[in-house]
Design a protein. Structure first.
Ligand code: FNR
Length: 379
């Protein structure tokens, strides 16, 4: 199968993964309107083509929280990454590291913080969910800090899980025999694709470390199901601030008023996101929400944005709409599932190549010049 664009990896991932996992990654909430709008609204953003400026010295790098990024892209936190490829968090983190961009580890990772962070040439970021079990949160923050994680991504759009119909149909919503077998296989040290290997699987790293015992997928689903916390408020963020001294980003902002609150609270950045259309269907796409948020924040803190970014041109579009940096979820996960670390490296190289084309044809030779000035009304 020919892979010539980031989107080709979606079909490749579908071939490789069991259906319940492919649909878990690919799907969204309810009728999946927001999931589709994330992609479509971004693809509809028209840019001004400008020509005949010398673009031979183009620079795609940025600086963010004192770190240099070779392209304005970071890997979004994706739960169960180690289910899509063996030791998937390690593989994705290595690819990000090689590219010179941050990998953000999800709370809900198969590999624990301590397995991934020390192997990297640059610090990784850590993502935290609010759980009723504050002991877990405190433990995770202390471990992330001890492992040298450079930024905390605090996800606030999951006080309750979104209704994902595809998961109910595919069998992902509840433990079942197929899932159990796959979990056994993918987390087994001698795992091979589509081969059921029997033996003791690895456990769910970050949660197992906290509980002091091996936690498998079923235990985890039960634990998480009982631990979503609808009481989450800005007070919880103050509590987290006591334990986290580095840069803190609030992920899941979609409204200018919440963005202003994040500035007032003292966040170092926000991530404009609707969780890739996986939470409340019908909310604005990130592309549509972003300009008003950028206007409200007015450069006071960093704005990152994800949900719908599928290629390097989308990165330029998101930046033109007001983001300082983008993040990608499915775009790297499909590649990881299809081709492991090499797939993620390839997709990140494609992103850079496409960014360069977009910057050349809009005549901007540095990322700071990608501003709303690049936007043009289409029809
Ligand atoms: C996610 N996302 C997510 N977010 C988070 O803060 N913690 C998590 O554990 C997860 N888990 C997760 C699993 C899967 C399979 C997906 C697809 C997404 C959301 C993720 O960080 C990001 O916001 C979206 O993926 C962005 O949308 P795109 O790039 O996938 O369109």
């Amino acid at each position: 199968m020919i892979i010539s664009s980031p989107s080709d990896y979606r079909a490749a991932a579908q071939k490789r993964l069991p259906p319940f996992l492919f649909h878990y990654i690919d799907g969204g909430a309810y009728a999946e309107k927001t999931l589709r709008r994330n992609v479509d609204d971004l693809a509809d953003v028209a840019l001004r083509q400008r020509v005949l400026k010398d673009m031979s010295q183009l620079d795609t790098s940025i600086e963010l929280f004192g770190e240099k990024l070779s392209i304005p892209v970071a890997l979004s936190p994706v739960g169960l990454t180690g289910m899509y490829a063996q030791r998937g968090e390690v593989q994705a983190a290595h690819a990000a590291d090689k590219k010179g961009i941050p990998f953000c580890m999800s709370t809900v990772s198969v590999c624990p913080i301590e397995e991934v962070a020390p192997k990297l040439g640059r610090p990784m970021w850590f993502q935290l969910y609010v759980l009723k079990d504050r002991g877990f949160m405190k433990n995770a923050l202390e471990r992330a800090q001890a492992a040298g994680c450079s930024a905390l991504v605090f996800t606030v759009d999951m006080p309750v899980p979104g209704a994902r119909y595809r998961d109910a149909h595919s069998g992902m919503s509840g433990p079942n025999a197929a899932m159990r077998r796959y979990w056994q296989a993918v987390t087994h040290p001698h795992w091979a694709w589509n081969v059921g290997v029997h033996g003791k699987p690895h456990d769910l790293g970050n949660i197992s470390k906290y509980m002091g015992k091996a936690v498998g997928l079923e235990d985890y689903m039960g634990y998480l199901g009982a631990n979503f916390d609808p009481s989450i408020s800005w007070k919880d963020l103050e509590w987290i601030r006591e334990f986290w001294k580095g840069p803190m980003l609030i992920k899941g902002i979609l409204d200018p008023e919440d963005a202003k609150d994040a500035v007032r609270f003292g966040a170092d950045g926000i991530i404009v996101s609707n969780h890739g259309g996986r939470q409340l269907d019908g909310v604005l796409s990130s592309a549509r929400a972003l300009p008003a948020i950028a206007d409200a924040v007015k450069g006071q803190i960093k704005i990152l944005a994800d949900s719908g970014v599928r290629n390097g041109l989308d990165v330029v579009r998101m930046l033109a709409l007001g983001a300082d940096c983008t993040m990608i979820g499915r775009a790297f996960i499909y590649a990881l599932a299809a081709a492991g670390q090499d797939g993620v490296s390839h997709v990140l190289d494609l992103f850079e190549k496409e960014m360069r084309v977009a910057m050349t044809l809009t005549s901007v030779n540095k990322v700071a010049d990608i501003t709303p000035d690049l936007l043009v009304q289409s029809a």
